[in-house]
Design a protein around this ligand. Sequence first.
Ligand code: OOG
Ligand code: MG
Length: 270
Amino acid sequence: MAVTDAASAARALVEAERERAARGRLTVEWPGLDLGTAYAVQRMTIGDRVRAGDRVIGTKLGLTSAAKQQRMGISSPLTAVLVESYLLRVDQPVPLDELIQPRIEPEIVFVLGRDLEGPGVTAAAALAAVDRVYAGFEIIDSRFEGYDFALPDVVADNGSSAYVVVGGNGVSPSDLDLGLEAVVLSVDGQVVATATGAAVQGHPAEALALAVNALAERGQALRAGEIVFTGGLTDAVPLRHASQVSAEFTTLGALVVTGYSAVADDDRKD
Ligand code: OOG
Ligand code: MG
């Protein structure tokens, strides 16, 4: 399918996701895909989902930590939209057969108690709008082969979003020091990475402020009740069948997720 404008870019991404067939960068086929147009493509694909009965439940930030920026070779954060169909229950195995090249990353998650609208929102003002903080996992699944993308590609692809998991016990933001909140990421009992909340923009509240100020540039705001994923604290790790990935946070508690595939790993397309 030739990609020549926002509508054909949106169709190409929806098809790649539906067919579980990763593709090359859109920006190679269509160098005219700039960042503003990429956000328009993102809105188009989300609009399709909402028309099909899905619901917007919040926002996620991407590429907010050095670990993520270095891995992806992109130094600017992005925002993407979270919809209800991304939500997995804490005890639900991740359905790998629906995905192309799943990876998982631990995140600090906010639920807002009040509306938050930029521009000019400070980290302190952002944090004051937070009702609860949760441990989270994001399962990403780029629709680009080998996660090879430029910033407009990944923005158009809704930040590689696939699934999110939110931990059970929410904490009031005044009951923890988010910059110092630590996470230990383990795969099948082996520690693979550690980080603290300071990894995302110096403090997760800075990441939230960044999100709301960036959204304001596009005429959008965050609403009370919305969920905000503040970005991978560590590099993401591949998620495989029967593999158990855990994120143990100091105060936010532990989250454990298992990958599930009905097809043997050797037969999968990844
Ligand atoms: C882009 C999505 C980034 C995060 O938390 O940094 C993201 C990607 O890594 O494919 O969700
Ligand atoms: Mg993420």
